[in-house]
Design a protein. Sequence first.
Lengths: 694, 577
Amino acid sequence: MSATTTSKPPATGGPPEGRPSGPPGGRPGGPMGGMGMPAEKAMNFSGSAKRLFNRLRPDRVGIMSVVVLAVISVALSVIGPKILGHATDLIFNGIIGKQLPFGITKDAAIAGARAAGNNTFADLLTGMDVTPGVGIDFGAFGMVLLIVLALYVAASLFMLLQGLILNHIVQRTVKKLRSDVEDKLNSLPLRYFDSKTRGEVLSRVTNDIDNISQSLQQTLSQLLTSLLTVIGVLVMMFIISPLLAIIGLVTVPLSAVVTAVIAKRSQKLFVAQWKNTGELNGQIEEAFTGHSLVKVFGRQKEVEEVFGQKNEELFKASFGAQFVSGIIMPAMMFIGNLNYVLIAVVGGLRVASGSMTLGDVQAFIQYSRQFTQPLTQLASMANVLQSGVASAERVFDLLDEAELSPEPAIVSSKEVTRGRVEFKHVSFSYNPKTPLIEDLSLVATPGQTVAIVGPTGAGKTTLVNLIMRFYEINGGTITLDGVDTALMARQALRSKIGMVLQDTWLFGGTIRETIAYGNLNATEADIQAAARATFVDRFVHSLPDGYDTVLDDEGTNVSSGEKQLLTIARAFLANPSLLILDEATSSVDTRTEVMVQRAMAALRSDRTSFVIAHRLSTIRDADLILVMDAGKIVEQGTHAELLAAGGAYYELYNSQFLGADVVEAADTISADEAAAPAGPAVPADAAAGAATHT
Amino acid sequence: MLISLLRTYLRPYKGPLSAVIVLQLIQTIASLYLPSLNADIIDKGIAVGDTDYIWSTGKWMLMVSGIQILAAVAAVWFGAKTAMGFGRDLRAGIFHQVGTFSAREVGTFGAPTLITRTTNDVQQVQMLVLMVCTMFISAPIMAIGGIYMALQEDFGLSWLLVVCVPVLVGAIGLIVVRLVPQFRALQVKIDTINQVLREQITGMRVVRAFVREDFETKRFDTANTDLTSTALKVGKLMAMMFPVVMLVFNSSSVAVLWFGAHRIDDGNLQIGGLIAFLSYLMQILLSVMMATFMATMIPRAAVCADRIQEVLQTHSSVVPPASPVTKVLSHATLELNDAAFAYPGATDPVLRDISFTVRPGETTAIIGSTGAGKTTLLGLIPRLFDATNGTVKVDGVDVRQLSPALMATKIGLVPQQPYLFSGTIASNLRYGNPQATDADLWRALRIAQAEDFVKAKPDGLQTPISQGGTNVSGGQRQRLAIARALVRDPEIYLFDDSFSALDLATDARLRAALKPHTKQSAVVIVAQRVSTIKQADQILVLDDGAIIGKGTHEELLQACPTYVEIVESQLTTEEAA
């Protein structure tokens, strides 16, 4: 019913396998996802930021042109209001001029106003460029507007150009970063993946890179234009009126303080909101995944109660977060208006006194409006940048990990055809403090089947991993047909070995592609032959799409036994001279199980094979049985020899296989092992008792 | 769908919603009034040099601005309350609805999608409601108010609105229409590349064993190039957005100045009016722009709403009894009569003609290949599914009449996927019986062969368990799930392939220990291994939804060829033919 958690017993002997962690769905996104997201801080912000920006370096010419274009376009759009202010002046001049009698000079008009006792108007006139009796000079006015329009069009064009170039630079950089990470993944030792959970590595190569891409795209362009705009506007404001500029700047620290106070509070609330969201989502997941348990155990009421509580907590936290962060905008608006009124009043007084033109006040008001917006943008960009750099740092950590030891200079090219494997005094450990394999020696002659048995953690998986050179040994040598595997290129070595793991994980794709993975040069006939030899053919024909059936993520359209057959077919197609098999422990559908057994046998024939064996039949038929315990081979020999020796194998055999089902075991044992210790047909209860005693 | 969902779930928030509307109205009117005050300052203050007027109007402006901020903050308060309350109610609604579902509905939807619908989809719709409350509502008010004020200021210039607004909508629309599908494509391609990486990391050993590093790198490069080309397209459109919007805004203001100047020269307009008109136009364009952007959220939210409605409108196929039976006379008996189960519309039933009886102290085993219907059959008993035909009786009462609370005390299920809840080992064991003592728990652990490993943990019963039980091994999880059912001490045990992750010896010990404990209970075991079920009083051989053999091991060896085949296949496994 609930196919979400497929649990497998952990691989024996190997290091712990990580599983993908993190809640499905990840962080709650949405269009406002970035807002208020608690930014993770980088450990070494400046170092990692510098390194991130260094990656843009190959595009030096592009970066330079982006900066130049941004400077030009910001400059053009910043000048706009100043010139438009001039247009306002022309209108204002026209209006005032029209009110005055035609033909007199400006001075005469001023004198006239003073004579009439209207000193304020006289002051106003002194600051203006009026021709009495003449209305708006449309020739000049139109010219000004045309210039402004041209400026705006140019500014937009330059900005567009800058955006397009930057887009290319960012995408190219991110693409390069992605492929660097991909290359790195292929050259990292398996040890690295053992030390991290799968989810952790995945999150670095997916989420983090996505985050870098997004923050680079968002910040680079806006950071540049915002910064330039702030500078440009500030310059213009001071050019127009230093007094007004200072008044306008008074509100800057005010808005900074208000934003900081609100942001600090909302940050906390947002953290609470994400935390509660995570917890609630966890509860929902549990309730739905364990739905049938909730039902059968009659826990519906309790589950809903707990959910209701958490739901209410989430409501409170998210309401608080949304409210507090929602205050920022109105607060900024209010400060903006305060600014506006101050400038209007002071500016109005200055115009009235003739020390400033109306157009300049108008332009100034526009500038002060433009000033706060890029400032708040800069503040929010800082957040985005911070999280982007934190992600970059994690990706750089990955890129800095030690790689596999370089391939030997003199690579042995001797063709391996026979498959003789020899371990000479091999020692190995995952962790220097706890030695695992010490002074291990063994010989497998060509064509032999070597069964490896022993308790969990004995080092069985490690042993076969060493043959594959998934890990480098600490001492001794492993030879393949007399050649030290350390002197072979890893890829050359591995291409001669076929491996079937208990973990039947398959790549997404069709069944044909899955099998062909074993040999990319295989023809359709080869694939079908391999499929027939390994019993894949039979079940594939019962699928509606046959070999074109796409194996989905959860592999729900094929059973676990069929998956195992596919991995066997894949190895069969590779036609290796040496085989490594890890038998599955959990029982699958009985009829498929027989086929898996037969397919494994077909695969093994005439090949040297190492089998981590769980089945009595495999063990009994092996040419050599290695009994491992605590990293050592404690016994080796054939089934008969080892049983007769009455040592570790004998004990293992009794506890693992005999007690399980006496009737069955007795049947099989009495057939070929008269020395078997248990009598026939003991009831299960008694047998279980016997098993506990041994 | 979106509309009806909003209508239903926003109904309790009529009060706050009206408050939002009123407050946004006040806020908008205040912000529209400010430019007109500014116009007055210019025309009546600056132009005639009346400084007193400038001061008094300035004070008035600040007051209006104060009212505006108060209204805006209050609107955010009510808006956030409405949106978050809406989300909370909707989540609770879906959660409750899924709670009423039977395993059939959960199975049809699938647990993962139900989770997404309750979390992400609700989040999306909730975000839309928040946006509507805090911004969207004010956009039309602002637009209409702006148009009204602009007309008041100068009717002669109003035709400019008719030109500028459509130009802006058209320009943004043209970009957005292209952007939306590209965004979707981008998401798909990000998922693709992440899938490739996920496969490579998960299948690292396979990749290296088969020496397919270059092949995988090529696969990755293709996905990377593909992703980059879409990202470039998206970036290009995004790069166009700002310059285009800026150009429209700036050109509009130039146009207003040019035509406004003529009207001033003709004496139809004052300069303050012209500047006020300009601010109104900017406000109108701004709100139109916001509305256009927000409109792009609607299709996405609508898809989510559809998915949510689908859940809310699905009704459980298992209906609780109208007048439940709360007392029964017999004990630990189970009886199925011609029970059948079919999904609606399916041609073949999953189960048909299932009849068997289990009495106290008896064990019934069910064997058969994958897909034979074993799990579904077990599900009929605790009403995870209701039989579509025939009857299922527990203690002589049809399960459809039995009180769900009473039934819960009678049945202990160990599911195929031994799911554990986050908490501790103890909290999981007490899941079915909160009153159990520690001694009860240890007794159950002993029977389930889990005592040793729990004792070996430093925290014992208090060992934390992560969600799903992922921090213990498969075999341990299975044994804990068995112990959980034992703590409940039910009359009827249902084991769904619950011994598969145990090795043969543990399996045997567990069954031996279980035996005295279930002397008074009815036990139903689904298993794959013949050895597990050989001792059962009755074995049912299930094939393709029907019972094709019923009897003891010995009887079936004589009478049922399929059973013989199964037994032989397992012996062959051991004997390796």
